[in-house]
Design a protein around this ligand. Structure first.
Ligand SMILES: [Zn+2]
Length: 297
């Protein structure tokens, strides 16, 4: 066939059209790792609630969520998901984290409450039906100085020694304080920064922290300034993600039931801005970075 053969021209046009469509895909179509998921008692208390395991798992499955960092208040929710037959049927891998809260009072006391440290030890010893716990958190520090609480210090040391990740909802000042308490001074500390700072510290500050702590990862739910018009990445965030493609993850943060009801929209929002990134970068943020952290295939 010569170069001007109609079939060859048609094939070339088809390939060109496919390439254009690929470059402007509306959504990232690969797997997602939900790296910030709560299964709290108001979602389902083991008996009643609007989101029993079958319902929660159906939401993950239809959104292509293949793995989750699961944590819950109390830890019974994580234990349930880790053991549920529905979890395996949905093809979801549970990476369990120990939540530091038995109830809402613990949010503002965990960092100085010795009984929380004991609860963590007991939970770690117990493990889950999906294997040992892989991390601690999510925990909150509304006042960064509480990173210096006696129990906060002990938990950070424990996490690094046991190679547990921590999921921390803290400000940028507390990142430095927590890292300073780890035996390696933050060089071997696997810290997932929930929301990458919900107060919205500047991108330049986020970058400084990423450079200072090699295993620091930013989770992007609720991140102020992340997306601009049409839900697409703002330019400075696009630049940051392209510069550190192995340091960001995404999560649903189902901290209240409204987030379960909006689960499709939350994941759809991620899929839209992921599609603007080069495919290999999108795959890392959506799946690969969290999967590598926990040794998933
Ligand atoms: Zn959360």
């Amino acid at each position: 066939m010569g170069p001007r053969h109609p079939l060859r021209i048609a094939a070339a046009l088809f390939a060109l059209a496919a390439a254009c469509l690929g470059a402007h895909a509306a959504e990232y179509g690969g797997p997602l790792f939900d790296a910030h998921l709560h299964y709290n008692e108001e979602a389902w208390d083991g008996d009643s609630g609007p989101y029993p395991p079958a319902e929660a798992l159906a939401r993950m499955q239809r959104n292509g969520v293949k793995a989750i960092i699961a944590n819950s208040r109390p830890n019974a929710g994580t234990q349930t998901l880790a053991a549920a037959q529905e979890t395996r049927a949905a093809g979801v891998t549970v990476v369990p984290f120990v939540r530091l809260y038995r109830n809402r009072d613990d949010y503002s006391n965990w960092f100085r409450d010795e009984s929380i440290y004991e609860m963590v030890q007991a939970e770690l010893a117990r493990g889950t039906a999906s294997g040992p716990y892989r991390g601690l958190g999510e925990f909150h520090l509304y006042d960064s100085a509480n990173a210096n609480g006696a129990v906060a210090r002990k938990l950070i040391v424990l996490a690094e020694q046991k190679k547990l990740a921590v999921l921390a909802h803290v400000d940028d000042t507390a990142i430095d304080l927590l890292m300073a308490h780890s035996p390696s001074k933050g060089q071997a500390m696997r810290l997932i920064w929930a929301h990458t700072g919900i107060g919205g510290p500047p991108v330049s500050r986020v970058r400084t922290l990423l450079e200072r702590y090699p295993l620091l990862m930013g989770e992007l739910s609720y991140r102020p300034g992340l997306t601009c018009e049409g839900g697409m990445l703002c330019p400075e965030w696009r630049d940051l993600i392209l510069r550190y493609p192995d340091r960001f993850v995404v999560g649903s943060d189902t901290w209240v039931n409204q987030r379960w009801s909006a689960y499709d929209q939350i994941m759809g929002g991620y899929r839209r801005w992921l599609a603007e990134l080069p495919p290999e970068v999108a795959q890392r943020i959506a799946w690969g970075n969290a999967a590598a952290l926990f040794g998933l295939r």
